[in-house]
Ligand binder design. Sequence first.
Ligand code: GLA
Length: 344
Amino acid sequence: MTSNAVAFAPGRANLIGEHTDYNQGLALPFAISEGVTVRARTLPEPRIDAVAVDLGKRDSFSLDAVARAVGWRAFVRGAAAELMGAGASLSGAELEISGTVPRGAGLSSSAALEVALVFALLAISDAPAFDRLDLARMCSRIENDWVGAQTGLLDQISSLFGERDRALRIDFRSLDVRPVPLELDGCKLVTLDSGEHHSIAVSGYNERRAECARACAELGVCSLREVSLSDVGELPALLRKRVTHVVTENARVEHAVAALERRDFDELGRLIGASHASLRDCYEVSTPAVEDAVLRLKRAGALGARIVGGGFGGHVLGLLPADARVPEEAVEVRPGDGARVTDA
Ligand code: GLA
């Protein structure tokens, strides 16, 4: 415990395995080097004074009874309340928040914010030791219960467990997290902004999640992980499409891990492209602007390109062969380390 701390938590990209986390499925994300930094300094009073530097906004609230708020303030209040709810005796604090992950881009600025807040508050407080999976669950509660997005654990686990030069094969049924070397022999992973940042992203996301729950109820299973393609015929057309995406996406994650092991980048690109087609046609989370961004990466020679994150806008991810040039406005992303307290 110290009176000053600086915590950093990264955003993430997801190689493959989209909308599988809340269906107890598989995904293959990696932490990126962009992220959120929270500088914390203890205050003598039981109060949090927070500044969101990039937004030029402030918040102040008492730790004695944490009142709800919206927008970025919901994250700060949720982080403090959830930590106290989990047994941490929080010190009052001044928090300065700044970030380099574009917001609403599908690169998980939200999880980076949650995780950095929790790390910073823990570093200056008297708290029990939490393991990283507990922290991932706690951060997900901040998002579910304080922010109102019914997201799964993909982003939080990526931010907490990220490793340099490795992707993470996550099994959301067992919560087994296995680092997989992301050695690309000169191929590059790039992201490109579709330019679209929709407010329907949260409602569209929550709707997809509800549709999966409905499909489970109709099939009498606890999660879509228990379902195979031969079961989907029993479902109404819309749910059949959603379930087909989830079941085939889980299989694509396993194939992608194998392709990476073999260094078969043509196959990896094909799987990334198939994931996108399924997200567009079966899960219906693409938009014209996203399609345009995918096309731009393909024209630049991408072996495969796809939407990342929740969908309805945001960034696309492309796998470029070693001899291709990174197109203008695209940014190369490399797997980096997970969340940490960087300084005191
Ligand atoms: C968002 C959510 C994640 C995950 C992805 C889709 O990023 O926060 O939990 O569901 O969408 O794969």
